[in-house]
Each structure stands twice: as C-alpha cells, then as structure tokens.
Design a protein around this ligand. Sequence first.
Ligand SMILES: *[C@@H]1O[C@H](CO)[C@@H](O)[C@H](O)[C@H]1NC(C)=O
Ligand SMILES: *[C@@H]1O[C@H](CO)[C@@H](O)[C@H](O)[C@H]1NC(C)=O
Ligand SMILES: *[C@@H]1O[C@H](CO)[C@@H](O)[C@H](O)[C@H]1NC(C)=O
Ligand SMILES: [Zn+2]
Length: 513
Amino acid sequence: MSVGGPSGWPALLFLLLAMVLSFFCSAKSIDDERDELLKREAMVRLGGQLVLKKEEEDVNGKLMALKRAEIMEAMKTQKFPPSMHFFQAKKLIEKSEVFHVLKKMPKGAALHLHDFGILDMDWLVKNVTYRPYCHMCITPRGTLRFKFALPISPAPKKEDCSKWILLENYRKELQNVTEFDNGLLKTFTLVTENPEVTYADQDDIWTKFETIFFTISGLVHYAPVFRDYIIRGLEEFYLDNVIYLELRAMLHPVYELNGKTHDKEWCVKTYKEVADQFAKDHPEFIGLKIIYSDHRSKDASFIKKSVRTAMALRNRFPKTVAGFDLVGREDTGHTLYDYKDALLIPSLEYVNLPYFLHAGETDWKGTSIDNNLLDALIMNSTRIGHGFALNKHPAIMEDLRKKDIPIEVCPISNQVLKLVSDLRNHPAVSLMAIGQPMVISSDDPGFFGAKGLTYDFYEGFMGLGGMDADLRTLKQLAFNSIKYSAMMPAEKEAAMKTWEKIWDKFIVDQARK
Ligand SMILES: *[C@@H]1O[C@H](CO)[C@@H](O)[C@H](O)[C@H]1NC(C)=O
Ligand SMILES: *[C@@H]1O[C@H](CO)[C@@H](O)[C@H](O)[C@H]1NC(C)=O
Ligand SMILES: *[C@@H]1O[C@H](CO)[C@@H](O)[C@H](O)[C@H]1NC(C)=O
Ligand SMILES: [Zn+2]
C-alpha cells in the first residue's frame, strides 16, 4: 500500500522518469570521466600545456586532418612507415603530406649528431672520390681505405692494405663506372634492400657501422674535404629548416696533400670559421658548437687525457666547444663507471666541463651498461644521448625531470641499429606521453640514408606521438631544441627570437594554404 506517496499511474511515471534520468546521468558521467581522463593525459603529454594562437589552431586543424587521413589509410593497408624498417619506409614517407609540412617547419636545432655522419654519402662518392690525387686500397679484411696524396708518396704498410690505386686511373679502365660508384656508395652507408637479412643482429650492424667511419676517414680528414664537408653539412640542415647544430666530434688529425697534419685546435678553429661564414651568408642560421668526444673502447688512462684535452679546448674556445662525450657502442665499450676517475677530474679541479653523455643505448636491462644512465645523471650530464633504456629506470626518470635534463631521442638510429623494430614500441612513446624532457635528433642521417632532421621528426610525430601528438608537440620539440642547447643565455635568447620569427612565418604560410 502506498504510504502517502504517489500512487497508481503517477507513481509509474515517476519511476520511469527516475530510470530515464539515471540512465542519462550515468551515461553522462561515464563521458565526463572519460573526458576528464583524456584531459589529464593531454595536459601532461609533451607540449600539452602550450596554448596555440588562433592561426596556429587553424594550421593544427589542417595538419591533424592530414595525419588522421594517413593513419586511417595505414590502418587499412597495414603499411605504416614508423612500423616498417626505415630503409623500406623511406619512399613511403616521402609521399606523405605530413612529411612535407614537417620539412617546411622550422625545427630549431639538431643536438645529437656525429661529425661525419651528417651528410648525404652520395656527395662523398660523386664529388670527393672524383677529386685529383684520390687513392684507394683494400685491407686484408676487405674494407676500403682512401687517401689523398701526390702520386708517389703514399705507401701503406704492407700488412695494412693493398697498394694504393689512383682512382682517376682506375675509373678510366672500368667498363662501368656507375656500377663501381654504386658499389662505393653501398660501402659508405648501411642502406640495403633487405636490412633484416643483411644484418642478422646488433653485432652485425655495429661492425658495418664502425667500418664505415674507418672507410671514409681518409676522405673526410683531407683538409679541403674537411672544410667542404662542414659547409655541405650546414647547408643540408639549413635546407631542412634547422638553424643550429651541436656536433659530437672526435677531432682526429686533418691532413694536407703534402702529408702535413693539423691538430685538434685547428679543427675547432676551422669548424668555427666555416660556421661563422655560413651564418653570415645565411642570416637565419645561428651556427654550431662542438662536443669533443672520444671512443668508449679506450682504456681509462687514455680517457683521462681526453678529458684534459676537452678542458683545454673548452678553455681556448669557450664559445665553440660545448663539452665532452664518449661515443661508440655502449654494449661492447667501457661503462661510464669505468671512467669515473677521468670524469671526476674537472669537478675536483673546479673546472666547468659540461657532459653530453651517450647513455642507455642498450636493450640489456640491469647490466653494467644499462647503468650508464645512473652515471650520466650523477656526472651531471647536461643532456643524455639517446636514453633509450630510460623508461626502465623510474628513479632516474624522476630525477632527470626534476633537474630538467632532456634525452636526445634518435628514432631512426635506434631502429636501424636494431634496438627496436616497430617505432610504435619505442620507449619514447611513453616518455612523450608523460612529458619527459626530450629533443629529437638524427644521429648519423648520412649512414641511414636519411637527410637532415625531418625524417626523424616524421617518425617522432607519427610513430612516437601517435594520433595524440599535434602541433603543440612539434612546437615543444622545436622549442626544446633551443632551450636545451649548449648555447649561452644571450645566444639562446637571440636564437629563440630567430626561431620564433621563422615559426610565425611558417604558420602564416601554412594557414594560407
Ligand atoms: C666538388 O664540390 C666543390 C664545391 O663544393 C666544387 O668546387 C668541385 O669542383 C667539386 N669537385 C668535383 C670533382 O665534382
Ligand atoms: C652500368 O651499371 C649500371 C648499374 O648497375 C646499369 O644500370 C647500367 O645499365 C650499366 N651500364 C652499362 C653501359 O652497362
Ligand atoms: C653535480 O652537481 C652537484 C650539484 O651541483 C655537485 O654537488 C656535484 O659535485 C656535481 N658532480 C660532478 C661530477 O660534477
Ligand atoms: Zn650518437
């Protein structure tokens, strides 16, 4: 019986109303919850806090429409460039409209590059090996060596190499020079049609990788080529809308035709002169800095000397030499901990030598190699080269965030060197999602058949960022590249102004389309 409440027909109506209301309310509350979660994630992701201007919003809308279309298409065809090996994805990437927008986008700076990996290798073949007095020989291991010298002088030690062959004469005797040149190009890069077959494992690809440095060494350390290489390198990045570079450089001796050699100071001076001239000729270009680097295969006693060399070079060229790093494969090299006495020298002597240490470029979790990340942090590394293993180290991740120390993510390098195959599974996917400080760079684009920075930005934007990354992410990455550079405060401020100017121009151009 009713106890004074509504009865009969009105009661039923009330019940229905309550049901309908509760249905909508709970439906609404699920949507609210989803919205709230999405908003929270949007706020923490890389660039999530940036507020775009009206015109930027328009450009973002267009860019995201292109991106959505490409991803939808890839879901249909199951051909998504970031999930494919770069050697096989490259042609597809070049057809992407997103890629073409990224190419035009002012990307700021490229902070993780190696001296002789930045340039399209085609130039070494087509230009450098065609210069007068270029000789070639073949080592017992079957690798090539090059040297510029007046005809009679070069005499390699017998055990080192076959007799020197003057390329000019050699080419004259060839039936098919194109074939020979294509073969040279193949020895200068890692690119092959079937990388999974050509390179069975990480050892395989690293062997070839290190061999290339050895092979091209005699070409790029010839003084006139050394100079031209820098100019061409700067040009390649400038054309790719990058305005500033930081190069890890080993500063090996550079030689002249008569055999005279130049030391590290000469190399730094040449880098500086060439970059200054380039900046004069290209008003929006800022310049470059050198991170002096030695190889992590060397004994600790050698590295002590290298640290002292780095201190001296930085003292002599404070504006050009940014600091010190150790390069080469981490898995087979010394750990940073092995080098701790060397790396502590500057701080014990109250000398400021910033570090830019490669660390965590490994798949071997929990090993002494993996612990390079610990030591990079403890040594106050200004940035971390790669930091590929960072997501496995929550404490280091947290400290790097607190100290605002970025990792330098090089997606194509990591894939080609077989740390990860599908870039949607790259650890930086989750690091980007939580807004870990990072920049994107290209390591050795010349070795990978890439160019400049855009291919890596594409992989980062499409593969690492997925459907979430938008113009905010891209703007943050470009912004970060200047913020985390080794430029001095005044330089940085000027660079930021220059970048903002060309960014605004890019937005106006894109908005008009
Ligand atoms: C190589 O390039 C330089 C300019 O960078 C040019 O002066 C020279 O003639 C070229 N040499 C050859 C052999 O193509
Ligand atoms: C020379 O070799 C290239 C590449 O292998 C080939 O495309 C070309 O047809 C050859 N030319 C001649 C004249 O045999
Ligand atoms: C790292 O920075 C901390 C805090 O500034 C300092 O105490 C420490 O000595 C530095 N370590 C090295 C190796 O420079
Ligand atoms: Zn590197």
